[in-house]
Write a protein that binds this ligand. Sequence first.
Ligand code: ADP
Ligand code: ZN
Ligand code: ZN
Length: 727
Amino acid sequence: MPIIRVALNVPVDTLFDYQSNDATLHDIGLRTCVPFGKKRVTGVIIAVGSETRISVEKLKSAHCIFREIEPLPAALLDLFHFCSQYYHHPLGLVIMNGLPVMLRGNKPVKLKESSNNVQFSLTEAGKQIDLSSIPARQRVARRLLTEFHHTTTLTSPQAKQISPRAGKLLQEWIQLKWVSAMPIPTRVTKAAAIPPLTAEQEIAVSAITTDIKQFNTWLLHGVTGSGKTEVYLRIIEHVLAHGKQALILIPEISLTPQLETVFRARFPTIHLVSLHSGLNDTERLTGWLQAQRGQAKIILGTRLAVFTPLPDLGLVIVDEEQDSSFKQQDGLRYSARDLAIFRAKENNIPVVLGSATPSLESYYNALNGRYHSVRLLSRAIKNAALPLIQCIDTRTNKTQEGLSEPLIKALGKCLTEKHQSLVFINRRGYAPALLCKACGWTAICQRCSSRLVVHLRDKKLCCHHCGHRENFPRACPHCGNQDIAPFGQGTQRVEETLAAHFPTARILRIDRDSIRRKNAWQDILHAIHAQEVDILVGTQLLAKGHDFQNLSLVGILNADSSLYSTDFRASERLFAQLMQVAGRAGRANVSGHVLIQTEFPDHPLYHALQKHDYDALALTLLAERKTAGFPPFVYQALLRAEAHSIAIVLDFLKQAASLANPPSSVELFDPVPAQMLRLKGLERAHLLIQSSSRRQLQAFMAEWYARINTLPAHKVRWVLDIDPLEF
Ligand code: ADP
Ligand code: ZN
Ligand code: ZN
């Protein structure tokens, strides 16, 4: 009897064998439901054979194999295998992480094909079918085929008019590959005008398309507003013309609708699916299946979309490749950008990493020739120059409620000129702390090592890490003093201050609190574009990708805190973020001006920013990293662990370290508590491993991982984090 080898949705790093009387080699990649202990568990069939090391008495039988959808293609299984090996995570969990939720359960999926927006047409095979070969008693089939010969395409309602049974027949013909279903092209109200490429764009497009049939990692390094999107569109067009699919990964859900609109307008007849966390389970599965069947040609998605099955993949684009949201920060800690590169290599196709401020890893790879770099140094729109960036020294220009006089003046001027402005502060809430002026007590979260943020509007103190909320205390719980007050600035407080300064201005706050309502984000964007807003106050949600044509002034508050952080990536991130925010100003015909409030106007980071000189800063930071022995000059991994008390965690890490036997090229550091010791009630620590050889680090980690797995760890949760971004 055939034996199936299954990757199960359980945290054990091994495959499990089961008997299955009807399994064949064609079932590899299908889901199966099997007994596991007393439960039924779902897994994916990885191999089918006739041998097993399990004794006959112990070998159980699979309950069933789900055959309602096509098996996962081999290329996707390869990606899962690689991901499992590289991140040292059980294959079953890797696969389940990558599948749509509806495929993770142990039920067959039933999708009502919503056929209202599709149209059917005969495939090449379907066109070969002779009407006379269909028996006369199959009246509906004959009429349907005749109709296809007349009209070439049929919509569902048209088919239903022929016969109520036509729908079922069409589904059968789809199975037989006689008929294909395609979405009805959406009518675009305004055909998007295609701009002629700038000289720089032309060079980029032609370089990438010339090599479109082979693997290369391209770093498309273009200043904000340089028209990277147009470059993407042109390469995608090229790929579509060859009948291939394009996968575009983007960092944030907030960007999806806009980019989606741009893509749909350019390719109105192309089937595009958008895969992001805002979809419900059915929508996600539907899009995923359309991609798997090769119907969807453009797949636009966030991190998880890197695991979409794509039979005709011809191009991968990773927009804002430096964005940390491409790295999953819990469970399977994968980097979608790095997996995208792996996928492109396996498919022998190009991958394009786009950014105005590439990660130092990618920049370094471009410098040393591993990636091909294409640069866009000027803005695409004629007359749109890069904004003028200046610092306001807050040691001499004292701030009131967080705002300095020069910034207030500039905002006022902007208002009279009827241009929009943006005040950027990366802290939501009213104030980042509640402080007792008598004894210095501040409200902290009981479950996290963090301060509670004051949310004045709902009269609550909130933890931004675990979501805990509590009421304001009446007095200081420490000394009884009643004079406790919000300390520092958050978006809500800045909004309030600005409203006091400019009573007639229309001010809009944009942060995670204000976009929580469904469609809020759409409404906000609409208001901004319709010029119904004068001053925007917002967090980094506003920084990315948006094109606000009338925005001329950007004010930046409280950026200094990241300048002297202990995190070696803090400068890189701050620079990228400020460059992005600054890039919102002066994108069209209004000139842009950026004012940064700082106590350190002479910091090299602000100097580089003022000169728009990414390279100067990147080279400085790279030199520092080389001296200090940080990535990209070394490769890192973390063993992370958490438990109710730090003592248990450190003890576990020490035991793990004692099992390690690293070669001289791999360095193991002592366990240390995490920068944020407590999170959601657990205490955390980690152990850093690094090496200048990725291969040796990987080999060591694989072996060590197997050993750590033998440790009793019922009180500790642990995970390996390869190429960690957070410490
Ligand atoms: P980036 O993503 O590089 O910041 P965008 O792709 O958002 O830049 O482009 C910035 C602006 O330039 C957009 O308004 C876009 O329509 C416009 N644009 C892009 N390419 C061209 C071009 N070749 N000619 C004129 N305008 C262009
Ligand atoms: Zn007190
Ligand atoms: Zn908390």
